[in-house]
Design a protein around this ligand. Structure first.
Ligand code: SD4
Length: 307
């Protein structure tokens, strides 16, 4: 049942991210601070090739990051295709709090980040660069988003169901006051076209929070999530009385109705309602999510799936 405070996030790396968020929540802190602190963990993690530092680059060898954040009052901020900044989630928060805008992209986002004092750094690690060179050998020079599942952000030899293949982190938290916030951050699809933006920085697609209803976030092939305004859809379904899991399942099925032959595509949704109930659903097996509250700090739950 619902427990407050509580935090949940996507994939197995969500366990460590949740623990950072839990430090904030268990001290009586705000959900917004919790989700920012939480997703900064995988952003900084050099072993992780799908978020922040050490993310796999695009087709041209450039690491470009997407992130968004949303608070309990409906305030939101995002950056898309930002380079050289390890913590795009914190830049997204600055966009929300210190500008009249919602979304900054590319060079403008980098310029803003540097004005705000964020360090400019090289995000491409030797390991990620080597993986890119490996990909270049057989590169078909087309984005992988609509391609077969094996190439789905997995890097050389990886598959989306592979537990070692981390992905976008989406995190939702409810604090002791019952306020909800969410954050989402990613390096996007590996080997994407330069300039490609996924669902993660698009409010309503990769992330949506309505403090009266609940929040939702997504992972997987962002193009499909954008087409269906996925996270907004999940929240609207919860508003109509669906449970978090049921709402996520319906949003997945909405994608599959448009793409009945999309069994090879992965999209997963994670949702939390106003009471702290958590649910998730994915197209493919292999999706997992982590939940953390006063009772359990390290729960990793296999996501249910249509296939
Ligand atoms: C995106 N949903 O950019 C995000 C992350 C991703 O494989 O691609 N993960 O589409």
């Amino acid at each position: 049942g619902g427990t407050v405070p509580r935090v949940c996030s996507t994939w197995d790396f969500g366990v460590a991210a949740n623990q950072a968020a839990w430090k904030v929540l268990s001290a009586g802190g705000r959900a917004l601070d919790a989700v920012e602190q939480g997703v900064r963990v995988p952003e900084a993690d050099l072993k992780n090739h799908s978020v922040g530092r050490a993310g796999y680059p695009d087709r041209d060898g450039k690491v470009t990051l997407d992130a968004s954040i949303m608070d309990e009052s409906g305030n939101c901020g995002a950056v898309a295709a930002i380079e050289h900044i390890a913590h795009p989630i914190s830049v997204a928060r600055r966009v929300m709090e210190r500008t009249p805008h919602v979304l900054l992209v590319g060079d403008g986002a980098l310029q803003f980040a540097m004005e705000q004092g964020f360090p400019r750094e090289e995000l491409l690690t030797p390991e990620s660069e080597a993986a890119w060179h490996e990909w270049l050998k057989s590169a078909k020079y087309k984005p992988v988003a609509n391609s077969e599942v094996k190439s789905y952000n997995a890097g050389p030899g990886g598959t989306p169901g592979d537990a070692s293949n981390h992905d976008t982190i989406g995190m939702l938290a409810i604090d002791a006051k019952g306020n909800l916030s969410g954050a989402c951050t990613t390096s996007g699809m590996a080997w994407k076209l330069h300039g490609r933006v996924g669902d993660s920085p698009i409010i309503g697609a990769g992330l949506y929070v309505d403090n009266e209803v609940g929040g939702a976030t997504s992972t997987g092939v962002g193009e499909e999530v954008i087409r269906n305004v996925g996270s907004f859809l999940v929240v609207e379904l919860m508003r109509q009385g669906r449970s978090p899991e049921d709402a996520c399942r319906e949003a997945v099925e909405r994608i599959l109705r448009r793409k009945p032959n999309a069994k090879d595509l992965q999209v997963g949704f994670l949702a939390m309602d106003k009471k702290g109930n958590v649910g998730a659903w994915a197209i493919q097996k292999g999706f997992s999510y982590a939940v953390c509250d006063a009772k359990k700090q390290d729960a990793l739950i296999p996501g249910k799936s249509t296939y």
